[in-house]
Design a protein around this ligand. Structure first.
Ligand SMILES: NC(=O)c1ccc[n+]([C@@H]2O[C@H](COP(=O)([O-])OP(=O)(O)OC[C@H]3O[C@@H](n4cnc5c(N)ncnc54)[C@H](OP(=O)(O)O)[C@@H]3O)[C@@H](O)[C@H]2O)c1
Length: 221
């Protein structure tokens, strides 16, 4: 698979999309922040360009879907319809889902689990010609967007298509402080999505922005 140069982000105007877009642009990727409303995308992109990240532009979600790799960064209740509408443009591409579905019960976050086990697996079902990977669920948007602070985290990546996983891992490894780690097929994406509720409960208790770092991995093996 050719190395990724341009990353389109569906729902790229939200904190998650802007945060990931910031780190991708800082790593030298061209980034297209997508939106349902072009002006909103232009505004979000202009804010990143003002920080010196020249490779960022705003566009419609349709235009963002023409990038060589596409990230889904909408809320869970809009993700499936957004992706299905772009099925043609996403055909054959690596599509990375960072979608989490959470509900708040009192002071706790609980994960909502769709019938296929995860939103990533549901996306793969509605985009059969795309190569869906699940990743970036545990990266907090605030620290991602703040380039003055280093970020140190592992990004667990699940995909049925091994090349899609390796492409996502290679892209992740280019962002300073992030390490992509293969974590299995989409059958395990449920664990990634539901773990986010746990991390948010940790964040709440310890007033922090926790993310993950695994020990004992030798990347040479
Ligand atoms: N926030 C985090 O720290 C974080 C970290 C990791 C993963 N995530 C996951 O990443 C995704 C985005 O998070 P976020 O906090 O950035 O969410 P958000 O701000 O609620 O939504 C992101 C963008 O999605 C678009 N959108 C909203 N409702 C939509 C709908 N019904 N259909 C299509 N597009 C819609 C909006 O863009 P336009 O109005 O411009 O189209 C919005 O700016 C979520 O699934 C979240 O669980 C979040």
């Amino acid at each position: 698979m050719a190395p990724v140069r341009t990353v389109g982000i569906l729902g790229g105007t939200g904190p998650a999309g802007r945060g990931l877009g910031t780190r991708l642009a800082a790593a030298g990727f061209e980034v297209v922040l997508g939106s349902r409303v072009q002006e909103r995308a232009a505004e979000a992109a202009a804010a990143l360009v003002a920080q010196g990240l020249s490779g960022v532009r705003g566009a419609s979600n349709e235009a963002a879907a023409s990038a060589s790799l596409v990230v889904v960064a909408t809320p869970w209740d809009g993700a499936i319809a957004t992706a299905r509408d772009l099925r043609g443009a996403l055909s054959g591409k690596v599509v990375v889902s960072m979608v989490n579905a959470l509900a708040r019960f009192g002071t706790e976050f609980h994960a909502l689990v769709p019938v296929r086990g995860s939103f990533a697996a549901t996306l793969q079902a509605v985009l059969p010609e795309a190569r869906v990977a699940a990743a970036f669920h545990h990266l907090p948007a605030g620290p991602l967007a703040d380039l003055s602070q280093p970020i140190e985290a592992d990004v667990l990546v699940c995909a049925d298509d091994r090349e899609a996983a390796e492409t996502t891992i290679a892209m992740t490894d280019q962002m300073e402080g992030l390490r992509g780690v293969y974590a299995g097929s989409l059958a395990s994406a449920n664990a990634l999505e539901t773990l986010t509720a746990v991390l948010l409960n940790v964040n709440r208790r310890y007033k922090t922005h926790a993310s993950l770092r695994l020990t004992g991995i030798n990347p040479e093996r």
